[in-house]
Design a protein around this ligand. Structure first.
Ligand code: ADP
Ligand code: MG
Length: 139
């Protein structure tokens, strides 16, 4: 089934000017970028986006990192896009990420790990709606 998932190229990626390299990996895996915008997240936006992690010890650091530099928010489309993009991203901790994955190739640390990807189809819909309207998604 054709699905859409939500992707963020994080501040460590925009800072190092490697968003194109990361998107090359995404596109080569067969995911199509159907919406895209560069945005500097506000603290309120980052806090809301990562609300599920509010009680975790790294929450403050995560919000600080996500608001430090601009990010690229995008919608990816493919057959089974949610699982496919999680596979292409690799494990949260780059030390555990498989060869060839984005996090193995580019992540600096477990916190500065270059990319976000939705963890379920339901969350993908919720996350996409935080940044894009239907009219923004153009294929
Ligand atoms: P994922 O991004 O792989 O879905 P999580 O949803 O568990 O991972 O965590 C969200 C983000 O929080 C991670 O991508 C990472 O930037 C940060 N993070 C997760 N665990 C840690 C940790 N132990 N220390 C610092 N930052 C973390
Ligand atoms: Mg997650």
């Amino acid at each position: 089934m054709t699905e859409r998932t939500f992707s963020i190229l994080k501040p460590d990626a925009t800072r190092r000017n490697i968003t194109g390299k990361i998107n090359a990996v995404i596109e080569e895996a067969g995911l199509r970028i159907v919406a895209q915008r560069r945005v500097h997240l506000t603290e309120a936006q980052a806090k809301k986006f990562y609300e599920v992690h509010a009680e975790r010890p790294f929450y403050g650091e995560l919000v600080a990192q996500m608001t430090a530099e601009p990010v690229v928010v995008q919608v990816l489309e493919a057959e089974g896009a949610v699982a496919k993009y999680r596979e292409v991203m690799g494990a949260t901790n780059p030390d555990n990420a498989a060869e060839g994955t984005i996090r193995k190739l580019f992540a600096l640390s477990i916190g500065e790990n270059s990319v976000h990807g939705s963890d379920s189809l339901e969350n993908a819909g919720i996350e996409i709606a935080q940044f894009f309207t239907d009219a923004d998604i153009v294929g």
